[in-house]
Design a protein. Sequence first.
Length: 358
Amino acid sequence: MEFKTLPHPSPTAADARDAALADPGFGTLFSDHMVVIDYVEGKGWHNATVGPRKALSLDPASSVLHYAQEIFEGMKAYRQEDGGLALFRPEENARRFNDSADRMAMPRIPEDVFIEAVRQLVAVDRDWFPSVDGGSLYLRPFMFASEAFLGVRPAKEYKFIVIASPAGNYFKSGVPAVKIWVAQDYVRAVKGGTGAAKTGGNYAASLVPQAEAIKKGCDQVVFLDAVERKWIEELGGMNLFFVMEDGTVITPPLTGTILPGITRNSLIQLLREEGLSVREELYSIDQWKADVESGKLLETMACGTAAVVTPVGTVASPDGEFTIGSGGPGQLTSKLRERLVGIQRGIVDDSHGWVMRL
Ligand SMILES: *Cc1c(COP(=O)(O)O)cnc(C)c1O
């Protein structure tokens, strides 16, 4: 697909941009450009442009605003040790994007077009990498139904867009352990639902329990399964791993209710290479507490693109709290985090071919 480049009439001045890049935070600063590709049923994907980032004009009847046909991805471009730029497993994001599209009755986009769109944006906004240590360019590809139509059926028109947001080190000093709240009255997903799709609605549904977690003095909420309210699923946007003292690591299985994280998949491979036995199996909230208390469980980690690998320190519920290990980052959590960040930044040998140089 040919991408047309539209010149930016007034790009951000270099000094203003560099000042912003010294402390970018997360999700509030955006680069100058965006990629837009249109889809119309019968015509397919067309009109790919790399142009100035600007507000969209939408018909108020656009079906995304009513029936929420929307999916997204979250990925990062990293500056390498040698100064070059790279993506981490972008073909996995492209594949998952299409899996999400299937579930939401949206058109698939060819994987090479998805990746090319991301590459084009990174190329045009290559001066938007944060100068801070641990910084990266967070990329947000997304697709939504743009057809103006109020009937309930899959839309016939869509837009695929990629925007970029410079991101600082998610954690400024060290990696603090998170305190998590066990969701009581809410679930995130049910079998047969949309839990495995990266769609905005899952996040909308997680906001009330997340706010409840904050009110309880926690950072994040952990969801249990919808049927028995017993099996641990995941956090609002991160997958979980439970590290046992006998060298086994448990992570909840992909049964359709949790998001198949690319970080999760990468960690499973790295753990197995460490000689640990990873078991994808159900693990209950009661077992978690019992294993922490008996000393059988050493560490719990949460993982996702934004925060990479994060220790879970304390778990709270109306029945009380329990603290994992010393409440800080465990040995394996720290080691894996360093290994993965090292691969992403070109410091550690990429024996898996996970890094795509740009
Ligand atoms: C995106 C996401 C994750 C993490 O996926 P990564 O590919 O590792 O970034 C985990 N859970 C949910 C609900 C997510 O949306």
